[in-house]
Design a protein around this ligand. Structure first.
Ligand SMILES: Cc1cc2nc3c(=O)[nH]c(=O)nc-3n(C[C@H](O)[C@H](O)[C@H](O)COP(=O)(O)OP(=O)(O)OC[C@H]3O[C@@H](n4cnc5c(N)ncnc54)[C@H](O)[C@@H]3O)c2cc1C
Length: 274
């Protein structure tokens, strides 16, 4: 059988292309290497972070409710429950994407996809390899967190957007490397959950690809809420254990009061195989 369209990657780029191809009556398949459909956005990006942001908003309102004339005695943040709620939202939406594939007659192929010449896609799964034929290919392989040179995420001290979303407790302190949209979003959530956050950015302003007014306003808000300290940073070898540390040591250690903090290394790189 020859497909009309094969889409590699099931993030918002891939699944919407697949749905539209299905709606046009094209014989379509979507190939996804991860166990669930939805990509970065749904599983470790836009959606879970918005669940955290919402929880942080609600928590902040509880903490300052008296200002609104509402007394809340002893509010308590149950972070595992916040995380469970986030997971439920993600799982529900992943089911929704799955439903959309069925509804639009798109075949979901659970495998790693590779271009194998004109009109050919190799799919590699536990069961082995197979070549699929297709008239058109849509590459929607997205991006993944880019590590700083010499660093490796370890789910304890060095976190990317993936590990940070799996935390079961609120860290005491956190250094966030990179003050782009993702970095400031995590800074905003975790500061409000109670983490002491230091935000590191090499460029002169936070959210450096946004309009300057946006950076100014956000920095003003962060300062007002004592949300985070912004510092210029680079990567260097730590003198104690020789590991690369994404921090210019002194400023960080002063703020963290030692080395017990978590580091979130920011940025994204392409996930395509060249
Ligand atoms: C923490 C965070 C928060 C974000 N918040 C927002 C936000 O609020 N708003 C917003 O607009 N954007 C946000 N983004 C960005 C958004 O997630 C991305 O722009 C979006 O996911 C890109 O969609 P995509 O379909 O191109 O790729 P992705 O969502 O990255 O999906 C690519 C998919 O392809 C799969 N894949 C890759 N290679 C292969 C292969 N060879 N074979 C099979 N499958 C493969 C991957 O497993 C993945 O599922 C956020 C990102 C992060 C990290």
């Amino acid at each position: 059988m020859t497909y009309d369209v094969i889409v590699i990657g099931s993030g918002p780029g891939g699944y919407s292309a697949a749905v539209r191809a299905g709606q046009y009556g094209l014989k379509t398949a979507i190939i996804e290497k991860d166990p669930k459909l939805g990509g970065t956005c749904l599983h470790v990006g836009c959606i879970p972070t918005k669940a955290f942001l919402h929880a942080a908003d609600v928590w902040e309102r509880f903490l300052h409710s008296t200002e609104d004339g509402i007394h809340c005695e002893n509010p308590r943040l149950d972070f595992p429950l916040v995380s469970d709620r986030k997971n439920k939202i993600v799982a529900k939406h992943a089911k929704g994407v799955e439903f959309l594939m069925k509804k639009n007659k798109v075949d979901w192929i659970k495998a790693y996809g590779r271009l194998a010449g004109q009109g050919k896609v190799e799919v590699i799964a536990d069961g082995g390899k197979q070549i699929l034929e297709t008239r058109n290919i849509v590459l929607a392989t997205g991006s993944e967190a880019r590590m700083l040179p010499g660093l490796k995420s370890d789910a304890k001290r060095i976190l990317t957007n993936i590990e940070i979303l799996d935390l079961r407790e609120v860290p005491k302190s956190m250094a966030i490397v990179g003050a782009g949209a993702v970095g400031v979003e995590f800074a905003s959530c975790f500061h409000r959950f109670g983490t002491k956050v230091a935000l590191f950015e090499m460029l002169p302003r936070i959210v450096p690809v946004e309009d300057e007014e946006v950076s100014k306003e956000l920095e003003r808000l962060f300062k007002r809420k004592r949300n985070s300290r912004r510092n210029r940073c680079a990567c260097r070898e730590h003198p104690e254990d020789g590991q690369w540390c994404p921090i210019l040591g002194d400023a960080f250690r002063r703020q963290q009061g030692g080395r017990g903090g978590r580091n979130l290394a920011g940025g994204g790189g392409p996930q395509a195989e060249y």
